[in-house]
Design a protein around this ligand. Structure first.
Ligand SMILES: C[S@@+](CC[C@H](N)C(=O)[O-])C[C@H]1O[C@@H](n2cnc3c(N)ncnc32)[C@H](O)[C@@H]1O
Length: 268
């Protein structure tokens, strides 16, 4: 797939997408860097798998986390529904890192993993009706003693973060400037958050392009996710407010990070 500007509406017309993320991966990487603490994420994830262990990133985006884990000697697989992001991730390579293009709901493999994770609210992007099935599948993918890490946005996170219109600027090291114009809406009946954004990109040669990005996110609650984990045969072993193991705030915003293992301490 070529990641041309403003392909969004043709993708939506074909009825293929609940989220698009079909724009060049290098621009996503610039924006991600402004929001995330990659060093803390890498440290956190590395501590949950044995040396050289097998790792799966569901909704891996441009492969940012997997490249770091691959460099630390883990054997890595990533799956993502964005053709542009997977193309970018494959182009970046990385020791011991492979990618599958496809939706988490459709992901099947005979492989088993020491660590399965989904970061940066990717759980919220999955259709709510599919969550139960995806988590049961994740349980079945674990090796004995394996861990699951889910970082998701919850109700208060969405409510406190709500702004109808936002404008953000993100700068790459090489002169790239991304202006992100986002329009947001919450549908309380469906507990759905819709984000439509226009990315206005000035590239390193000074050319300007526009990309549309669109996504729906399920407004999840902590109790809902804990119930889903329980139903899937997974036991929560820790909850944090971030990857530096900040305590999950009793009140307040910010995503929740849940670490879980198989309830019986084993896998299939
Ligand atoms: C905010 S990005 C996070 C990407 C990556 N986890 C990271 O931390 O950079 C959300 C990602 O979820 C992916 N995504 C959305 N729905 C998905 C689905 N149903 N199956 C697999 N990936 C999905 C998008 O393509 C996008 O790459």
């Amino acid at each position: 797939m070529r990641c041309f500007p403003s392909r969004l509406f043709s993708i939506l017309r074909k009825g293929k997408a609940l989220s698009s993320f079909e724009f060049p991966g290098e621009y996503y990487e610039i924006m991600r860097g402004d929001f995330r603490d990659l060093a803390a994420e890498t440290e956190f994830l590395s501590s949950l798998a044995p040396a050289g262990g097998r790792v799966l990133d569901l909704g891996c985006g441009t492969g940012t986390n997997l490249r770091e884990l691959g460099a630390r000697g883990f054997s890595c697989l990533g799956a993502d529904q964005s053709a542009c992001f997977i193309e970018y991730a494959r182009g970046r390579g990385g020791e011991g890192v492979e990618y599958v293009h496809g939706r988490a709901e459709d992901f099947v493999t005979d492989d088993r993993f020491d660590l399965v994770y989904s970061l940066f609210m990717t759980l919220n992007y999955l259709p709510r009706a599919e969550l139960r099935g995806v988590l049961r599948k994740v349980r079945g993918l674990l090796r004995p003693g394996g861990h699951v890490v889910l970082e998701f946005g919850h109700l208060l996170n969405f409510v406190e973060g709500f702004q109808q219109h936002t404008v953000g600027h993100h700068r790459g090291d090489d002169g790239v400037l991304i202006t992100r114009l986002a329009r947001q809406a919450i549908n309380p009946h469906a507990a759905n958050w819709r984000n439509e954004e226009t990315l206005l990109v000035r590239d390193r040669e000074g050319r300007v392009s526009l990309y549309d990005n669109f996504f729906d996110q399920a407004v999840l609650t902590g109790p809902e996710v804990r119930d889903l984990l329980d139903d899937a045969g997974l036991r929560t072993v820790a909850e944090y407010g971030g990857f530096r193991k900040e305590p999950a705030p009793f009140h307040g915003r910010g995503p929740l990070v849940i670490v879980a293992t198989a309830k019986d301490g084993d896998s299939e």
